[in-house]
Design a protein around this ligand. Structure first.
Ligand SMILES: CC(C)(COP(=O)(O)OP(=O)(O)OC[C@H]1O[C@@H](n2cnc3c(N)ncnc32)[C@H](O)[C@@H]1OP(=O)(O)O)[C@@H](O)C(=O)NCCC(=O)NCCS
Length: 169
């Protein structure tokens, strides 16, 4: 019943509405728009979930950096939003799983997320600090998580740096 596909230009308005309703503020909707305009945007990893041809959820993965001995690009998962009337029906989970499959197929190494551990550990996310990946935010360690993909290598160590696009969130 739920169809997951890449976003198109025609979805932009509804995506902004879904984000604003889900988060109760406009910051995430603005973040999505800024990421789209930046070089860190990845069209194959900007997904929507639709129910009866209406967009009810969205997930975005974009490039962020791990800065250590070298600077490496990895995926940052943000934002993820499901329309309040459609939450707790598995749509958020389906968007995450679909995104992770695409990330694997693209041979990406890592996905980083800041979020609730009870939710994200279901998909194999673990505290990033376990792998020597430091959060740029002063949050409890278990909230800053990493999902290792097949291309992961131990050289992915250091501090995560988000582009300035994320400053307003
Ligand atoms: C978080 C969110 C994306 C999950 O999407 P979803 O489609 O509701 O998620 P699923 O149905 O796949 O999974 C349900 C799980 O999500 C979590 N969850 C969903 N809504 C929640 C809420 N209002 N409060 C706390 N946890 C919630 C719970 O762990 C829940 O598990 P349970 O039903 O077994 O208790 C969605 O609730 C949302 O858009 N929330 C507002 C925006 C937000 O916080 N985004 C997360 C950014 S990291």
């Amino acid at each position: 019943m739920i169809n997951i596909r890449c976003e198109t230009l025609a979805d932009y308005t509804v995506i902004a509405e879904v984000n604003t309703l889900a988060f109760g503020q406009e910051n995430e909707a603005k973040l999505v728009e800024e990421i789209r305009r930046s070089e860190r945007y990845i069209s194959e990893l900007s997904l929507v979930a639709e129910f009866e041809n209406v967009v009810v959820g969205q997930i975005l993965f974009s490039y962020i950096d791990i800065v250590g001995e070298e600077t490496l690009q990895v995926l940052g998962l943000a934002p993820l939003a499901v329309h309040p009337q459609f939450q707790r029906q598995g749509i958020g989970s389906a968007l995450i799983k679909a995104g992770l499959e695409i990330a694997e197929a693209k041979k990406e190494a890592i996905v980083i997320v800041l979020g609730h551990p009870e939710f994200y550990t279901r998909f194999g996310f673990q505290p990033s600090i376990v792998y020597g990946i430091e959060s740029p935010f002063p949050v409890p360690e278990e909230f800053f998580m990493v999902k290792l993909l097949q291309s992961y290598h131990q050289r992915y160590k250091g501090k995560v740096v988000y582009p300035s696009t994320f400053d307003g969130v």
